[in-house]
Design a protein around this ligand. Structure first.
Ligand SMILES: [Ca+2]
Ligand SMILES: [Ca+2]
Length: 270
Protein backbone atom coordinates (compact mmCIF):
# COMPACT_ATOMS: atom_id res chain seq x y z
CA UNK A 1 0.00 0.00 0.00
CA UNK A 2 2.85 2.39 0.85
CA UNK A 3 4.21 2.00 -2.70
CA UNK A 4 0.86 2.89 -4.36
CA UNK A 5 0.85 6.53 -3.36
CA UNK A 6 4.26 7.43 -4.84
CA UNK A 7 3.31 5.63 -8.07
CA UNK A 8 0.16 7.70 -8.38
CA UNK A 9 2.19 10.84 -7.70
CA UNK A 10 4.66 9.69 -10.33
CA UNK A 11 1.84 9.13 -12.83
CA UNK A 12 0.35 12.52 -12.03
CA UNK A 13 3.77 14.15 -12.32
CA UNK A 14 4.43 12.40 -15.65
CA UNK A 15 1.04 13.48 -17.00
CA UNK A 16 1.68 17.06 -15.91
CA UNK A 17 5.13 17.04 -17.50
CA UNK A 18 3.71 15.62 -20.75
CA UNK A 19 1.06 18.33 -20.78
CA UNK A 20 3.70 21.01 -20.24
CA UNK A 21 5.90 19.60 -22.98
CA UNK A 22 2.88 19.58 -25.32
CA UNK A 23 2.04 23.15 -24.41
CA UNK A 24 5.64 24.30 -24.89
CA UNK A 25 5.95 22.49 -28.25
CA UNK A 26 2.66 23.96 -29.45
CA UNK A 27 3.77 27.36 -28.23
CA UNK A 28 7.03 27.09 -30.19
CA UNK A 29 5.06 25.98 -33.25
CA UNK A 30 2.68 28.90 -32.81
CA UNK A 31 5.63 31.29 -32.58
CA UNK A 32 7.02 29.71 -35.74
CA UNK A 33 3.76 30.33 -37.57
CA UNK A 34 3.84 33.91 -36.35
CA UNK A 35 7.39 34.31 -37.65
CA UNK A 36 6.42 32.73 -40.96
CA UNK A 37 4.13 35.57 -42.01
CA UNK A 38 6.59 36.18 -44.80
CA UNK A 39 6.32 38.99 -47.33
CA UNK A 40 4.32 38.20 -50.47
CA UNK A 41 4.23 40.10 -53.77
CA UNK A 42 1.36 39.73 -56.17
CA UNK A 43 -0.94 41.01 -58.84
CA UNK A 44 -4.66 41.40 -58.15
CA UNK A 45 -6.46 41.29 -61.51
CA UNK A 46 -9.35 43.35 -60.16
CA UNK A 47 -8.47 46.33 -57.99
CA UNK A 48 -12.04 46.80 -56.72
CA UNK A 49 -12.20 46.68 -52.94
CA UNK A 50 -8.50 47.33 -52.41
CA UNK A 51 -7.22 50.46 -50.72
CA UNK A 52 -3.66 51.73 -50.31
CA UNK A 53 -3.38 49.89 -46.99
CA UNK A 54 -5.71 46.93 -47.43
CA UNK A 55 -6.15 44.12 -49.92
CA UNK A 56 -9.58 42.65 -50.62
CA UNK A 57 -10.17 39.48 -52.56
CA UNK A 58 -7.24 38.58 -54.81
CA UNK A 59 -8.56 37.86 -58.28
CA UNK A 60 -6.33 35.56 -60.31
CA UNK A 61 -7.91 36.38 -63.68
CA UNK A 62 -10.13 39.05 -65.21
CA UNK A 63 -12.28 38.83 -68.32
CA UNK A 64 -12.50 41.96 -70.45
CA UNK A 65 -13.34 42.95 -74.02
CA UNK A 66 -11.06 44.57 -76.60
CA UNK A 67 -10.85 48.29 -75.98
CA UNK A 68 -11.85 48.08 -72.29
CA UNK A 69 -9.78 49.96 -69.76
CA UNK A 70 -9.50 48.47 -66.27
CA UNK A 71 -7.30 48.64 -63.19
CA UNK A 72 -5.11 45.96 -61.61
CA UNK A 73 -3.01 46.27 -58.47
CA UNK A 74 0.54 45.31 -57.60
CA UNK A 75 0.16 44.22 -53.98
CA UNK A 76 2.49 43.42 -51.10
CA UNK A 77 1.84 41.66 -47.82
CA UNK A 78 3.66 41.43 -44.49
CA UNK A 79 6.40 44.00 -44.98
CA UNK A 80 8.16 45.94 -42.23
CA UNK A 81 9.71 49.37 -42.73
CA UNK A 82 9.17 49.42 -46.50
CA UNK A 83 10.47 52.70 -47.87
CA UNK A 84 11.21 52.01 -51.55
CA UNK A 85 10.47 49.36 -54.15
CA UNK A 86 10.59 48.58 -57.82
CA UNK A 87 9.20 45.76 -59.92
CA UNK A 88 9.00 44.72 -63.55
CA UNK A 89 5.53 43.73 -64.67
CA UNK A 90 5.68 41.33 -67.59
CA UNK A 91 2.77 41.20 -70.04
CA UNK A 92 2.02 40.59 -73.72
CA UNK A 93 1.53 43.91 -75.47
CA UNK A 94 -0.56 42.24 -78.20
CA UNK A 95 -3.18 41.56 -75.49
CA UNK A 96 -2.91 44.48 -73.04
CA UNK A 97 -1.22 47.87 -72.86
CA UNK A 98 -0.25 49.77 -69.72
CA UNK A 99 -1.74 53.21 -70.19
CA UNK A 100 -1.36 54.70 -66.71
CA UNK A 101 0.09 53.95 -63.27
CA UNK A 102 -0.28 55.35 -59.76
CA UNK A 103 2.36 54.64 -57.10
CA UNK A 104 0.86 57.05 -54.57
CA UNK A 105 -0.54 54.12 -52.63
CA UNK A 106 1.03 52.21 -49.69
CA UNK A 107 4.17 54.40 -49.53
CA UNK A 108 2.00 57.51 -49.66
CA UNK A 109 0.23 56.30 -46.50
CA UNK A 110 3.39 57.01 -44.46
CA UNK A 111 2.79 60.20 -42.45
CA UNK A 112 4.48 63.19 -44.14
CA UNK A 113 5.69 60.91 -46.92
CA UNK A 114 7.10 62.18 -50.18
CA UNK A 115 6.70 59.32 -52.65
CA UNK A 116 8.84 59.72 -55.74
CA UNK A 117 7.64 57.84 -58.82
CA UNK A 118 10.51 55.90 -60.43
CA UNK A 119 8.35 54.15 -63.04
CA UNK A 120 9.10 54.28 -66.73
CA UNK A 121 6.84 56.29 -68.96
CA UNK A 122 3.54 55.01 -70.30
CA UNK A 123 2.25 53.57 -72.46
CA UNK A 124 3.82 50.14 -72.52
CA UNK A 125 2.36 49.16 -75.85
CA UNK A 126 3.04 47.72 -79.30
CA UNK A 127 6.75 47.89 -80.05
CA UNK A 128 7.75 47.81 -76.35
CA UNK A 129 9.28 44.72 -74.79
CA UNK A 130 6.36 43.86 -72.52
CA UNK A 131 8.36 44.50 -69.37
CA UNK A 132 7.04 47.54 -67.55
CA UNK A 133 9.24 48.96 -64.78
CA UNK A 134 7.30 50.49 -61.95
CA UNK A 135 8.37 51.71 -58.54
CA UNK A 136 8.34 54.31 -55.84
CA UNK A 137 10.57 55.67 -53.11
CA UNK A 138 9.75 57.64 -50.02
CA UNK A 139 12.41 60.37 -50.11
CA UNK A 140 11.86 62.13 -46.81
CA UNK A 141 14.99 63.41 -45.01
CA UNK A 142 14.53 61.00 -42.13
CA UNK A 143 14.01 57.48 -43.53
CA UNK A 144 10.47 56.40 -42.78
CA UNK A 145 8.70 53.26 -43.87
CA UNK A 146 5.43 51.41 -43.69
CA UNK A 147 4.49 48.07 -42.09
CA UNK A 148 1.82 45.63 -43.15
CA UNK A 149 0.06 45.02 -46.43
CA UNK A 150 -1.48 47.03 -49.21
CA UNK A 151 -1.27 48.28 -52.78
CA UNK A 152 2.16 49.22 -54.10
CA UNK A 153 0.84 50.51 -57.40
CA UNK A 154 -2.34 50.65 -59.42
CA UNK A 155 -1.97 50.03 -63.15
CA UNK A 156 -4.53 51.14 -65.70
CA UNK A 157 -4.56 48.64 -68.55
CA UNK A 158 -6.29 48.68 -71.89
CA UNK A 159 -7.31 45.48 -73.64
CA UNK A 160 -5.52 45.63 -76.99
CA UNK A 161 -6.49 42.39 -78.69
CA UNK A 162 -7.98 38.96 -78.15
CA UNK A 163 -5.81 36.65 -76.13
CA UNK A 164 -4.75 35.50 -72.69
CA UNK A 165 -1.77 37.10 -70.97
CA UNK A 166 -0.11 36.56 -67.61
CA UNK A 167 0.77 39.56 -65.50
CA UNK A 168 3.76 38.82 -63.28
CA UNK A 169 6.48 40.52 -61.27
CA UNK A 170 8.71 37.45 -61.24
CA UNK A 171 12.39 37.97 -62.11
CA UNK A 172 13.05 38.04 -65.85
CA UNK A 173 16.25 37.41 -67.80
CA UNK A 174 16.51 40.30 -70.24
CA UNK A 175 18.17 40.21 -73.63
CA UNK A 176 20.81 42.63 -72.34
CA UNK A 177 22.11 39.96 -69.96
CA UNK A 178 21.44 41.05 -66.40
CA UNK A 179 18.22 39.72 -64.88
CA UNK A 180 15.68 42.17 -63.51
CA UNK A 181 13.26 41.60 -60.68
CA UNK A 182 11.37 43.10 -57.80
CA UNK A 183 13.38 44.85 -55.09
CA UNK A 184 11.83 45.94 -51.80
CA UNK A 185 13.98 48.17 -49.59
CA UNK A 186 13.43 49.04 -45.94
CA UNK A 187 14.45 52.10 -43.95
CA UNK A 188 17.82 50.49 -43.09
CA UNK A 189 18.56 49.89 -46.79
CA UNK A 190 18.04 46.14 -46.35
CA UNK A 191 16.29 44.23 -49.11
CA UNK A 192 13.08 42.73 -47.81
CA UNK A 193 12.55 39.07 -48.73
CA UNK A 194 15.99 38.71 -50.35
CA UNK A 195 17.33 35.42 -49.02
CA UNK A 196 20.36 35.02 -51.32
CA UNK A 197 21.83 38.51 -51.26
CA UNK A 198 21.29 39.46 -54.92
CA UNK A 199 18.82 42.20 -53.87
CA UNK A 200 15.89 40.59 -55.70
CA UNK A 201 12.83 39.53 -53.77
CA UNK A 202 12.83 35.74 -53.24
CA UNK A 203 9.52 35.37 -51.44
CA UNK A 204 6.20 34.18 -52.79
CA UNK A 205 5.05 35.92 -55.98
CA UNK A 206 1.45 35.56 -57.13
CA UNK A 207 0.64 36.04 -60.82
CA UNK A 208 -2.66 37.02 -62.41
CA UNK A 209 -4.08 36.76 -65.92
CA UNK A 210 -6.14 38.86 -68.29
CA UNK A 211 -8.49 37.18 -70.76
CA UNK A 212 -9.50 39.47 -73.61
CA UNK A 213 -12.58 38.51 -75.65
CA UNK A 214 -12.55 35.05 -74.07
CA UNK A 215 -13.14 33.25 -70.79
CA UNK A 216 -10.55 32.83 -68.09
CA UNK A 217 -9.08 29.30 -68.17
CA UNK A 218 -11.01 26.78 -66.10
CA UNK A 219 -7.79 25.77 -64.34
CA UNK A 220 -7.36 29.17 -62.66
CA UNK A 221 -7.74 27.98 -59.10
CA UNK A 222 -9.31 31.02 -57.51
CA UNK A 223 -11.70 33.92 -57.88
CA UNK A 224 -12.19 35.13 -61.41
CA UNK A 225 -13.30 38.70 -61.98
CA UNK A 226 -15.20 40.37 -64.74
CA UNK A 227 -14.95 44.06 -65.40
CA UNK A 228 -17.89 44.70 -63.07
CA UNK A 229 -16.30 43.86 -59.71
CA UNK A 230 -15.53 41.27 -57.04
CA UNK A 231 -16.53 39.92 -53.62
CA UNK A 232 -15.14 40.30 -50.13
CA UNK A 233 -11.85 38.96 -48.77
CA UNK A 234 -10.88 35.54 -47.48
CA UNK A 235 -8.70 34.35 -44.62
CA UNK A 236 -5.53 32.44 -45.58
CA UNK A 237 -5.54 28.79 -44.42
CA UNK A 238 -2.41 29.17 -42.32
CA UNK A 239 -4.13 31.78 -40.16
CA UNK A 240 -6.97 29.35 -39.45
CA UNK A 241 -4.37 26.72 -38.45
CA UNK A 242 -2.50 29.27 -36.35
CA UNK A 243 -5.65 30.32 -34.51
CA UNK A 244 -6.64 26.73 -33.69
CA UNK A 245 -3.10 26.02 -32.44
CA UNK A 246 -3.23 29.28 -30.53
CA UNK A 247 -6.38 28.25 -28.68
CA UNK A 248 -4.56 25.15 -27.36
CA UNK A 249 -1.33 27.00 -26.60
CA UNK A 250 -3.23 29.79 -24.87
CA UNK A 251 -4.34 27.35 -22.18
CA UNK A 252 -0.71 27.15 -21.07
CA UNK A 253 0.37 30.70 -21.72
CA UNK A 254 -2.49 32.61 -20.15
CA UNK A 255 -3.65 33.75 -23.56
CA UNK A 256 -0.35 35.33 -24.65
CA UNK A 257 0.01 33.14 -27.74
CA UNK A 258 -3.59 33.75 -28.77
CA UNK A 259 -3.18 37.49 -28.42
CA UNK A 260 -0.13 37.36 -30.67
CA UNK A 261 -1.98 35.26 -33.21
CA UNK A 262 -4.96 37.59 -33.18
CA UNK A 263 -2.60 40.40 -33.99
CA UNK A 264 -1.22 38.31 -36.83
CA UNK A 265 -4.71 37.59 -38.10
CA UNK A 266 -5.78 41.20 -38.09
CA UNK A 267 -2.56 42.20 -39.78
CA UNK A 268 -2.94 39.45 -42.37
CA UNK A 269 -6.47 40.40 -43.34
CA UNK A 270 -6.39 44.18 -42.95
CA1 LIG B 1 -9.42 42.07 -56.20
CA1 LIG C 1 17.29 37.38 -54.00
Amino acid sequence: MRRMLPDRYLQALTATLCLWVAVVVLGIFASGVYAQSEPVLGIDADASGNTATSIGQRDVCIEVASGDTFVVDVTVENVAGLSAWEAYVSLETAVVHVIDRDVQQLLASIPDSNTFDVSESVPEADGDNGLYRIGGANITDEPTGVDGSGVLARLTLQAAGAGLTTLSVRPVQTGAGAPVGAVLTDTNANHIGDSNGDSFFDGAILDARVAVDQSCPADDGGPIATLTGSDGGGIPTWIMVAVSVGIVAAAGFGGMALIRLRRTSSRGTS
